[in-house]
Ligand binder design. Structure first.
Ligand code: SF4
Length: 374
């Protein structure tokens, strides 16, 4: 079983971000209490079983103080059986990490950190409006390791506009010196509801060129590979098999419960989407109501979601499972397209499992959507 807790607060808005968060922290304590209430109300959402992963995401969960984190973890332990070796991840920003906060996280039971470094290049951090400095980005990992947390993932962003690839190469070489077991690397995308989106509309910034992004992705994959990181999902790289168990469970379509404003849940048959508004979330939970909309997944929805997430991973998608989920429609509707992609060298079948080739990884989402069924 898997639990996601969304902490919807940030110090400042990064110019590219379209996640749900608020920079107004006046009601942070009340929202945390409401999330604890939701955990209690939702204890029967998942089938009985040990909680194998817990993931504090956001927003910025490293803004939680000791009492808030303690109250959430205590509530989880009251209502769920947490596996003794559960992976408990907390997303953190470098500016929140110091010896005291890291010790507090470790003492609370956080055994994995996902640190939003994004870049070690000061002008790029300022361009994206990150709250931390390049120096903090470099120092925080060592501080975390000193506090006894060695299961660390760092996030990097590539395709940030630059004259050449030298800044990306420097970012990567700095990342390698940190000796972390996991790196997530995401392409800068410009979403309409963000500062970058509005500047793009006003022509204050230029769009990210596809070719530049593809070149950076290739550099990244090669460099990470040469340094011992396995690309086990398009954007995720791990050394020595230290994958994110939590995120892998999403990609493998395991059921999970998501609590907090904007969190999603999945039970195998439907998805639930919590409201993306802190005040309205709070108001509902104060009346013991869960402000979520439910979407029942049709066979086509289940098949297409499996394609979209599974094809991005090294585990690929099983043809038998596609047939079961689609009630026999996949072969009928997608076989011709599958043949075309195989001939192009983008996808291959190994013992009933479809996996993307190196060339196909450049177009993962497009390949998946071309195989979608109605
Ligand atoms: S800290 Fe993370 S969640 Fe908050 S605005 Fe920046 S990218 Fe978005």
């Amino acid at each position: 079983m898997h639990l996601y807790i969304h902490i919807p607060f940030c110090k400042q808005a990064c110019h590219y971000c379209d996640f749900h968060f608020s920079t107004n922290t006046a009601n942070k304590r009340a929202v945390v209490e409401a999330i604890a209430r939701e955990i209690a109300l939702r204890k029967a959402y998942l089938p009985d079983g040990d909680m194998e992963t817990i993931y504090f995401g956001g927003g910025t969960p490293s803004m939680l103080d000791e009492a808030e984190l303690h109250s959430l973890l205590e509530t989880i332990h009251t209502h769920f059986r947490v596996a003794p070796n559960a992976e408990i991840t907390l997303e953190a920003n470098p500016d929140d990490l110091n010896a005291a906060t890291l010790q507090m996280f470790a003492k609370a039971g956080i055994n994995r950190l996902s640190i939003g470094i994004q870049s070690f290049h000061e002008p790029h951090l300022r361009f994206m409006n990150r709250a931390h400095s390049a120096l903090e980005a470099e120092q925080c990992v060592k501080l975390a390791q000193d506090a006894g947390i060695d299961n660390i993932s760092i996030d990097l962003i590539y395709a940030i506009p630059a004259d050449d690839h030298s800044i990306l190469l420097t970012d990567l070489s700095k990342a390698f010196t940190l000796n972390v077991p996991h790196i997530s690397a995401y392409c800068l995308t410009i979403e309409p509801q963000t500062a970058f989106g509005s500047w793009l509309k006003k022509k204050k910034i230029r769009p990210i060129e596809e070719e530049y992004a593809a070149q950076q992705f290739e550099i990244l994959v090669q460099s990470l590979g040469e340094n011992g990181y396995e690309q086990y999902e398009i954007s995720n790289f791990a050394r020595n098999g230290r994958y994110s168990n939590h995120n892998s469970s999403y990609w493998k379509q395991h059921p999970y419960l998501g609590v907090g404003p904007s969190a999603h849940s999945y039970n195998g048959a439907s998805r639930e989407y919590n409201i993306s508004n802190n005040a309205r979330y709070l108001e509902a939970l104060q009346k013991d109501a869960i402000p979520a909309t439910i979407e029942t997944l049709s066979p086509a929805d289940q098949t297409n979601e499996y394609l979209l997430t599974g094809l991005r991973t090294k585990w690929g998608v099983e043809l038998d499972k596609l047939e079961t989920l689609s009630v026999g429609a996949f072969a009928l509707q997608a076989n011709a397209e599958l043949g075309r992609m195989t001939r192009k060298g983008w996808i291959r079948e190994e013992a009933g499992i479809l996996v993307l080739t190196e060339a196909g990884k450049l177009f993962a989402d497009r390949i998946a959507s071309d195989l979608f069924i109605d």
